[in-house]
Structures are given as C-alpha cells and as structure tokens.
Design a protein around this ligand. Structure first.
Ligand code: ADP
Ligand code: MG
Length: 574
C-alpha cells in the first residue's frame, strides 16, 4: 500500500526534492540558533566589542531573512506537492469511473462515487505533503536538539528528556479530541449541505405544498446543530492551545529553576542556560507535528485505501486486445441464442434469436418488464450477453471496439438527459466537431428552428439544469436534433414519445420518421398507432419473442398482438 502511495510522488520528484531539502535546511538553522545566542552571550558580550556585535547581528538578520524565504518555499511548495498528488488521484479516479460499465453504476450509489472523488481525497493531499517531510524533520530536530543539549549539560538534558513523553501524551490526547470534534463538525456540515440540496432541487414541490416554513424550520435545526458542533471543536482547540501553552511554560520554568541553580553553582554559564531554554522551546514543534501525523496518517491512508479499492475495480466491459475499429456499419443485426441476466438469480432473456436487416424498421411491443429495453441495451454493449452472441454485419460485437461500435448507434429514450448549458451545446453533444451549419441543419430537421428563432438569445439560450426550461416535446426534439447530428446507421427509439401527450406525439412522430429513414431502426412503443408503418413487429413477452410479422398480418392472426390492438382500438373509440 505504501509503495503504491509513494508511486504518486514520481511525477513530482523535483518539487519533492526542493521542498524536502529546504525543510532540512530550515531545521538545521533552527538548531543552530540557540548555539549562536549562547555564543553571543558567553563570548561576544564579555568582550564588549561593539563593531563585532553589530556585524554578527547583521549576519544573524541575513540568516533570518534567508530562513524566512526557505520557510515560504516549504509552506508553499509543500502544499503544492500535496495538492498536485491529490489532483492526480482525483483525475485518475474520474477517468476510471467514466470507463465503468452500466452494471457498475447499477450497483454503486452516486453519492458514494461523489464522496470518493471529492472528500475522501482531501486528507491524502495533506498526508502526501506532511507525511514524509514532517516525520523526517521532527525526528531530526528532536535528535539534534537532544545531542546539543546533552553536550551542553547532560543532567539538564535528562530533565528535559523526561518531560518530552509527557508533552507527547498531552498533545496526542488533545489531537484525538480535536479530531473527533472536527469529524463531528464535518458530519454536521454534510447534513446542512444535504438539506440545501434537497430543498433547492425540490423547491417546486416545496412551494406547491406551501411548505417553505417547514423547510426553513428543518434547515434552522441543521444549521443550529452545525453551530454547536463547530463551537465544540473551537472549544477543544482553545483548550489544546492553552494547555500546550501551560505545559511549555512549565517546562521552561523547571529548566530555568534547575538551570539557575546550576549557573549559581557554576556548572553552566548564563549563555548556556539561555541556549538551553531556547532548545526546550524548540522541542514543542516536532512533538506537535509527530502527534498530528499520528492522526493524519490513519485518516489519509483510509482515504487512500478507499481510492485504491475503486481504482482496482476493472471495468467489466473492455475492448479485446485485437478488437477492430469500424468506420461504418450497415446495420445487419443478429441475435444468436442470446441469454442475459442482470444478476445471478433472474434470467431476463433466455435464448433470443433475431435477425434485423439493414435499413429495416422493427418495432418491439409487449408488457412492461418483458425485456425490450434490455434487448436494445445489449446492442451497444452496455451489458454483455451471458450466453450466445450478437453480431452486426456478421461481426461479433465483442470484437469491435466499444467506442467505434457506440458511434454507430443512436438511442433516444423516454426521459432525455440534457446538460446544463445552451441549446447549441446540447445539440452539439451529438458530435463534438460539429460546425454551426451542421447544428442549424440538425435543428431544422428536428423542427426546432421556429422555436429557437422565437427566443431572444436563440441558440445561446440557457436551458436550465437538465433542460428544466424546456417542455417535454422540446426536450425530445433536442434529442432528435442531436441524433441527426450524430447520424448513426443504427437507431434505437425506446419509448421516445411515451411521456408526451397524443398531439405532441403525433407531431414528433414526423421528425422521428424522418430520422429513421435509411437507418436500421428499432422502435419500442406502447401506442400501437405510432408503429403502424414499421416493416415488422415483434411481440416480446416473458417467454421471449412470441410473434413476428407485419402489423395487419398480426392483427388478422388473432394472437397476443391482436388482443393488444383491440384494447387500444376500443380505447380510442370510446
Ligand atoms: P421493458 O423494457 O420490456 O419494460 P426491461 O428490459 O426494462 O423491460 O426489464 C426487463 C427485466 O429486467 C425487468 O424484470 C426489470 O426489473 C429487470 N431489469 C431492468 N434493468 C435492470 C437493471 N439495471 N438491473 C437489474 N434488473 C433490471
Ligand atoms: Mg423499457
């Protein structure tokens, strides 16, 4: 795990080296400072040489300025290193999630993925930055300070050494308390976030039930809880700071008293005493850092483990090494004894055999849940067949690269997913390289033009979050325009007009008919009126494909389709 973690430093080697060596330098300068003061008091002061005192003071000032500069580098570049690594991991995770199959998303909560990509990585950046550096510097400072203190006076050094573990215990205790308080606070802010998201995205429901006051009350409660949690965290923090303050003063005082006695009995010089006290103060920072690491390490590593868990999930649909890239497919589709199950218990398709000729329009009808959508989602390989094979133009689709396969297939569904952005951007989603002319052409073919021309901002009109500002029919037209732009040889219309009223459906139907021209088209439909002109109709039931034929032939045959037909025909009449 650690080796994997450190592999993320590789691209930032230079940054790491600069940061690390600056940090070592700063630590060395800090260690040298008490010695300089000691020398200043014991040697320089008694000599009374003003010229020398001024020179040394200027030298010290120069070193201070240099050290400040190094501190800046450590602070800035160190955080830069951490954030670089964090960003790399986040990008890698996002790329990885984009490659996952439908099955993965069926079984993984969106919120879960979101928190892995955002929150879980926050601590990693901090750990990547502080981990190796702080540990090394802290140990170096502690050991260095002890050696130097010991060389000044072993007995006094021993007194300090006894107090360090006490300091470590105190600091660790405070850190644990503080961490719990902060974790609690993060939980509460997450509640506030969730509440805002819920109320804002559901604001139309809230207002239609006039439940604003209810929502305000709920928010007030969460916001209040957050306030309390944060106050507790600050209280713990204040406690930590003041007890640390007391502890260090105590240490200084003990050393001062014992040291004073040593000075009076001539065991050490006044300069050595001052140097010693400065060393004692130097011990606090590394102790604090080590105990912070004791907290940060498990947090960061937990995040990294969660990250690694997701990275290790291989997409279950991937290109074979010798998969071919297709330029163009004619659209001869064949299902050969296709079996499929979403999960181990339930076979949704058992032995589907089916041939669709290039350019044909085939309609699927049948009860909800029979597997019509499933049949269609196997063609672009959103899922792989459990048994049997699907071929297009005689090629097993598993031997075609998924990218080139999916570029040949267009799908229009009942609920159109639009992205926040302009009308132009949403149409252009069908083809990234589309020119303005192509976009206008697609809009014209989808009969969107008059609507767009009526808008003050035209193609640049923002459609709102997920196309909120558009009607159902307009959204569907946008989806159709997108499809004209993509221009795929195979087209799947999965209840594309089912959510629309009959009148709108009738109008959209024209656009869809135009879209279906010269393509292999699979239509899933509920209202039989919309598939009257299909070349063939397939009736899909739990038993598989039970009827296959032309509309009128199936009606005359008097089977399942005829029954469906009679029901809908009666509905229309009554
Ligand atoms: P239709 O489109 O004919 O209404 P579907 O193909 O959507 O039917 O569904 C066929 C069966 O597969 C149903 O029993 C449904 O519950 C199940 N199913 C559909 N999608 C999934 C999925 N993503 N995971 C598990 N089961 C699913
Ligand atoms: Mg369906």
């Amino acid at each position: 795990m650690l080796i994997k973690f450190f592999s993320y430093y590789k691209p930032h080697k230079r940054l790491f080296i600069i940061d690390f060596s600056s940090a070592i330098f700063v630590a060395l300068l800090e260690l040298a400072f008490p010695l300089a003061v000691q020398w200043f008091i014991d040697k320089l002061l008694p000599s009374g040489d003003w010229g020398k005192i001024v020179t040394i003071s200027i030298l010290l000032l120069t070193i201070y300025i240099f050290s400040t500069f190094l501190q800046y580098i450590v602070s800035y570049l160190g955080h830069k290193l951490g954030i670089n690594i964090e960003t790399d991991m986040r990008q890698q995770l996002f790329n990885h999630v984009q490659r996952q199959s439908f099955r993965f998303f069926d079984n993984t909560k969106t919120g879960h993925i979101m928190s892995r990509i955002t929150n879980d990585l926050f601590d990693i950046g901090e750990l990547a930055h502080h981990g190796p550096e702080d540990l090394f510097i802290a140990i170096m400072t502690l050991v260095g300070a002890f050696i130097l203190m010991y060389s000044i006076n072993p007995e006094l050094a021993l007194i300090a050494i006894v107090m360090v573990p006490l300091l470590i215990i105190l600091v660790t205790f405070c850190n644990i308390k503080m961490n719990a308080a902060w974790t609690n606070m993060y939980g509460k802010i997450a509640d506030v976030n969730a509440r805002v998201e819920d109320s804002v995205s559901g604001v139309r429901v809230v207002q239609s039930f006039t439940n604003e006051d209810f929502e305000i009350g709920r928010f007030k409660k969460d916001n209040g809880n957050f306030r309390i949690a944060k106050l507790v965290a600050y209280k713990v923090m204040a406690w930590t700071h003041s007890s640390m303050y007391m502890m260090t003063r105590l240490m200084t005082l003990v050393v001062l008293v014992v040291g004073a006695w040593f000075t009076i009995t001539d065991k050490i010089t006044p300069g050595e005493l001052v140097g010693f006290i400065l060393f004692v103060n130097l011990l606090i920072k590394p102790v604090d850092k080590i105990s912070a690491l004791l907290e940060l390490y498990p947090k960061g590593m937990a995040g990294f483990r969660r990250f690694q868990e997701l990275i290790d999930v291989d997409p279950d649909i991937e290109d074979l090494p010798d998969a071919v890239e297709v330029e163009h497919l004619n659209g001869d589709i064949a299902f050969d004894n296709v079996h499929f199950m979403y999960d181990a218990h339930n076979e949704v398709l058992s032995g589907i055999n089916l041939k669709i000729k290039s350019g044909e329009t085939v309609a699927f009808v049948g009860p909800s849940g029979a597997g019509k959508t499933t049949i269609c989602s196997l063609i672009p390989r959103f899922y792989d067949v459990t048994e049997g094979a699907i071929t297009i133009d005689g090629m097993d689709i598993r031997n075609i690269t998924t990218k080139s396969l999916r570029q040949q297939i267009g799908i229009v569904q009942q609920d159109v997913f639009l992205f926040t952005g302009t009308i132009r951007e949403n149409i252009a989603y069908g083809k990234g390289s589309a020119t303005d002319e192509e976009i206008f052409e697609a809009a014209r073919k989808a009969h969107l033009e008059s609507m767009i021309d009526g808008l003050p901002l035209g193609y640049e009109t923002q459609i709102g979050e997920r196309g909120l500002k558009l009607s159902g029919g307009q959204k569907q037209r946008l989806a159709i325009a997108r499809m004209f732009l993509k221009n795929p040889p195979i087209l799947i219309l999965d209840e594309a007009t089912s959510a629309l009223d009959t009148e709108t459906e009738r109008i959209i139907q024209q656009s869809l008919a135009e879209l279906a021209e010269n393509r292999t088209t699979l239509i899933i439909a509920h209202r039989l009126a919309t598939i009257r002109d299909a070349d063939r109709i397939l009736v899909v039931t739990e038993e598989g494909i039970t009827e296959d034929g032309k509309y009128d032939d199936l009606v005359n045959k008097g089977g399942q389709f005829a029954r469906l037909h009679n029901i809908q025909f009666k509905e229309v009449r009554s």
